[in-house]
Write a protein that binds this ligand. Structure first.
Ligand code: SAH
Ligand code: SF4
Ligand code: F3S
Length: 461
């Protein structure tokens, strides 16, 4: 922690910034950008809240549990500030989707919070910090000004600094889909696509800093329309950037998965064979009530078309069990769909009632016990499929992008094209490089492999 601080310090007096990130990858990206915005003010990132001058909780509102976590964290910080003399000057800020959704309520419920800043307003952090002092009271900044935010972030002062070989890059924000269970359209606002030029500039700068893989982010990333030809055209333009060998994108909505993007999966070498394509349910009745605008059958046909373009693609998805009105037969339909797709990985959740969303006031809310039981059955099936997929890669040679050292001496860790974690014995000099690895074993959450040629930079399989 100290080393990190000194490395960032230069000669300027350092202030300590601790950011705790909840929720999705967009929040991870936003947290990095908050650090970029604050760096010119002398803030260096530290890895614990003790003694921090500023703590930012970058929050998630997607499920009740996620949103409630922030209140217990604020409680711990309040205690730390009161009891630890080194932390007495700590400013506590709440950012992210809870800030947007219930900023005013949050300030009432948690007077320890100095200011609240929504996901589209964090470029104003310097101003907020300058204005916030305990004596002046709390402040809330929760405008929707996505365009202004990205313009401000592109400024020289907030220049993005990155150290890893893989980076996130937000290309699209917000959602106009209004699935009846979901808070995102309310916390992130309407769909907005960043201009392609700004994205290409950011990607080039990342590649110059040694980034080999970018994951393009958006709540509806495949609704991207900042360039003619949409996301497929953006992917093709990014693939031409020297040094950028791998491109991923997440999260996609089935209804925005157009032919051009499917074709890109078969043609663009840098586009990795992994696709997160949430379906939520396998029951048409429930999908309709969810306002998903796809059926189980249209989803399955879509997956077929994607697999025709890229046969080895690893499919991933999101599922909700216990949506209002879900019967055992509806749930069985979800299991059937899962069996038909055969997922390499997946995320599954119990439906969580979110205030203000249409589904929260639907009749026939499902009993918590039933939800838990269905979730366990679904997860058991998904886990079998995940293990099956991992086992199918044993014996294959795949290109691995090494990202960090492992826990043991000479152990390095990276990712396969299918987003699997891969451990191998090899020199730390391979970190940031892509090398050929023969997969030898599966572990519960990763694969083990043997480096074939330590200097070979492999093409995607
Ligand atoms: N934009 C993406 C997902 C955003 S939220 C998409 O459309 O697929 C990530 C996931 O959280 C969703 O895919 C959904 O599975 C889950 N989720 C969203 N709201 C939820 C709720 N109220 N209860 C349980 N899970 C929810
Ligand atoms: Fe939420 Fe649906 Fe939008 Fe995804 S598409 S963010 S699940 S409203
Ligand atoms: Fe959570 Fe907001 Fe992401 S609600 S999932 S942090 S968009």
């Amino acid at each position: 922690m100290t080393a990190n601080l000194e490395a960032e310090a230069g000669s300027a007096p350092q202030k300590r910034l601790f950011i705790k990130t909840y929720g999705c990858q967009m929040n991870v990206y936003d947290s990095e950008r908050m650090a970029d915005v604050l760096r010119p003010l002398g803030y260096g990132v530290v890895d614990s809240p003790e003694g921090a001058d500023l703590v930012v909780l970058n929050t998630c509102h997607i499920r009740e549990k996620a949103a409630e976590k922030v209140y217990s964290e604020i409680g711990r910080l309040k205690e730390l500030r009161a009891e630890d003399p080194a932390s007495a000057g700590m400013t506590i800020a709440v950012a992210g989707c809870v800030a947007q959704a219930e900023g005013a309520e949050l300030m009432n419920r948690a007077p320890a919070v100095d200011f609240v800043v929504g996901p589209q307003a964090f470029h104003k952090l310097p101003e907020l910090i300058a204005r916030s002092s305990r004596a002046k009271g709390q402040r809330l900044e929760a405008d929707f000004s996505v365009e202004e935010k990205f313009d401000a972030l592109a400024g020289a002062k907030a220049r993005r600094r990155i150290t890893g070989a893989a980076a996130f890059l937000t290309v699209q924000e917000g959602c106009d889909k209004f699935c009846t269970f979901c808070v995102v359209p309310y916390t992130r606002g309407a769909e907005f696509s960043r201009p392609a030029q700004a994205i290409l500039d950011e990607a080039r700068s990342l590649a110059e800093q040694g980034v080999r893989e970018v994951t393009l982010l958006g709540q509806n990333v495949n609704a991207y329309d900042g360039i003619e030809g949409g996301l497929a055209a953006l992917v093709r333009a990014l693939a031409k950037i020297e040094g950028l060998d791998r491109i991923r994108y997440t999260t996609s909505h089935p209804r925005d998965m157009d032919e051009a993007l499917i074709a890109a999966h078969g043609e663009v070498e840098a586009l990795m064979p992994y696709l997160h394509l949430p379906v939520q349910s396998g029951s048409d009745r429930i999908l309709k009530a969810m306002n998903r605008a796809h059926t189980a059958d249209s989803y399955l046909r879509l997956v077929e078309r994607i697999r025709a373009a890229r046969p080895d693609i690893a499919m991933s998805g999101d599922f909700i069990v216990g949506f209002p009105g879900e019967t055992e037969a509806d749930f069985e339909a979800t299991l059937d769909l899962v069996r038909a797709v055969d997922y390499a990985s997946a995320f599954s959740f119990k439906y969580s009632r979110r205030p203000g969303t249409p589904a929260s006031s639907m009749p026939d809310q499902v009993d918590e016990g039933v939800k838990a039981e269905r979730l366990a059955r679904l997860q058991a099936l998904l886990e079998t499929q995940r293990q099956g997929f991992n086992a199918s890669t044993v014996g294959r040679t795949v290109p691995v992008l090494f990202e960090r050292k492992g826990r043991y001496d000479d152990q390095i860790v990276g990712r396969s094209p299918y987003l699997q974690g891969v451990f191998a014995s090899g020199p730390a000099s391979l970190i940031g490089q892509i090398a050929a690895v023969e997969i030898t074993d599966t572990n519960p959450n990763s694969l083990s492999g043997r480096l074939l040629d330590q200097t070979a930079v492999m093409e995607p399989a």
